[in-house]
Design a protein. Structure first.
Length: 426
């Protein structure tokens, strides 16, 4: 199969935040890895291309997982009765420390990479650990999946305990430069991203150096923001001169710019002040609803963020989130927003299915450019799904079928997955 072809099936994609367009037995054209649009009738100019007819199957854009921790994948679903800081110290840091052992890392990262290849995700932004060798192995494996990713070697020079901490800011920056050197020019699909874990893990000096490095080398940054109330109180103590957690990142020049946007995972407790900072810098919020439920972090007011024009995508945040399945993340996003409306603030309306589908595809995809849609000019990332095991007593519209697939992910079987027009899973 070359990079130019036509797919036929039940097509659905977001036209805007509030609308999903569908085509029953429509045509989807890919030329050189770029989408030429979806059509009811195939235009003459594309009739010479190879046609793959998927019949009654669904074809949707690939999804973007804006926040996932690769080294946490193998212990997902365990230790979920703790809140963030206890969970990190009890389960997460001891597990990540094991990635000093390259054999251990290789085995675990093979599981992660293979499952990433098999899920709805075609783009992902990934945390590694602080270990260079293990992170390079992870990048090698991800490159081979065909999924397009940003991957970060984690920076942490405080509060990681004896086994998961770099000596000081200088050592952490030196390791980062070595990592960047080692991977320079090595990959097509895999890009580096600077990854200060969060303010409690990084000294002021380290944060400032990472801010400088980001601007100097035009490297993006990912981190965590306002996830948990104890974490926020701790940041206020650690950086007393900041006006809020987001301002602490801003002080260290790590909030990025619209051209070099920072991803901030969570923002569960971000108020109007933090929203203004995120908006000003063109940052992306990675909303991780599954994680926020599991660690009792709270419910992020995503509808408010969308209405304020802030960039929002979805993240699975494995292993605080217990699955890499973006359909499950979409479902919990919907359910959480409904409970926010009912229990927290009735002025904030629940998210619609259209809005959540948009965030999972275009909202996060935008971080990678023209990604997440079948409009003309978008990179051709697509997932073909067989939902025939979800029996129904009547004909269902394409819109109904994708909503049902989200609420009942178990029976949505991925048949084929394409990234930039290349089949990466079948
Ligand atoms: N904050 C700092 N590190 C982490 C992590 O690994 N997971 C989550 N959910 N939050 C964090
Ligand atoms: Fe996280």
């Amino acid at each position: 199969m070359n990079n130019s072809f036509v797919l036929r099936g039940g097509i659905a994609f977001s036209e805007s935040e509030n609308s999903i367009v569908t085509y029953y037995r429509g045509y989807l054209v890919c030329v050189d890895g770029i989408c030429k649009g979806a059509f009811t009738e195939l235009p003459d100019e594309y009739k010479s291309l190879q046609l793959y007819d998927y019949g009654e199957r669904l074809i949707i854009p690939g999804m973007t997982d804006l926040h996932v921790h690769a080294p946490q994948y193998t212990f997902r679903g365990i230790g979920m009765d703790e809140e963030l800081l206890e969970w990190l110290n009890t389960y997460t840091f001891p597990e990540e420390a094991k990635y000093a052992d390259l054999d251990y890392a290789l085995k675990a990262y093979e599981y992660f990479a293979e499952d990433l290849r098999r899920c709805f995700t075609t783009r992902a932004v990934v945390f590694g650990t602080l270990h260079n060798e293990a992170t390079i192995k992870l990048m090698d494996l991800l490159e081979d999946t065909g999924v397009i990713t940003y991957v970060g070697k984690v920076n942490m020079d405080r509060n990681g305990g004896e086994h998961l901490q770099e000596k000081d800011a200088k050592a952490s920056i030196e390791a980062t430069l070595q990592w960047l050197n080692a991977i320079q020019g090595k990959y097509k699909n895999t890009m580096p991203i600077l990854t200060p874990r969060f303010i409690p893990s990084c000294s002021d000096e380290l944060m400032k150096e990472l801010g400088r490095l980001s601007a100097e080398r035009d490297l993006r940054i990912q981190s965590h923001l306002s996830e948990n109330l104890s974490e926020i109180a701790w940041v206020n103590e650690l950086v007393p001169e900041s006006t809020c957690y987001a301002n602490a990142y801003e002080m260290f020049d790590t909030m990025g710019t619209p051209e070099r946007p920072t991803i901030m995972a969570h923002c569960v407790h971000s108020d109007e002040r933090e929203m203004a900072i995120l908006k000003k810098h063109g940052a992306y919020i990675a909303h991780c609803a599954d994680s926020n439920m599991n660690l009792t972090s709270g419910i992020a007011p995503i509808k408010k963020f969308l209405d304020a024009g802030i960039n929002v995508g979805l993240g699975t945040d494995v292993a605080a989130g217990s699955s890499m399945n973006m359909l499950k993340t979409m479902l919990i996003t919907l359910q959480a927003s409904k409970m926010y409306y009912r229990l927290v603030d009735s002025n904030v309306k629940p998210l619609t299915f259209e809005e959540v589908f948009y965030m999972a595809t275009v909202g996060g995809g935008k971080y990678f450019g023209k990604v997440g849609s079948f409009k003309e000019g978008y990179e051709f990332d697509a997932v073909v799904i067989d939902d025939s095991k979800m029996y129904s007593m009547r004909d269902m519209s394409i819109r109904e079928r994708i909503e049902r697939m989200c609420y009942n992910d178990a029976d949505a079987i991925i048949k084929d997955k394409f990234v930039r027009g290349k089949k990466v899973y079948s």
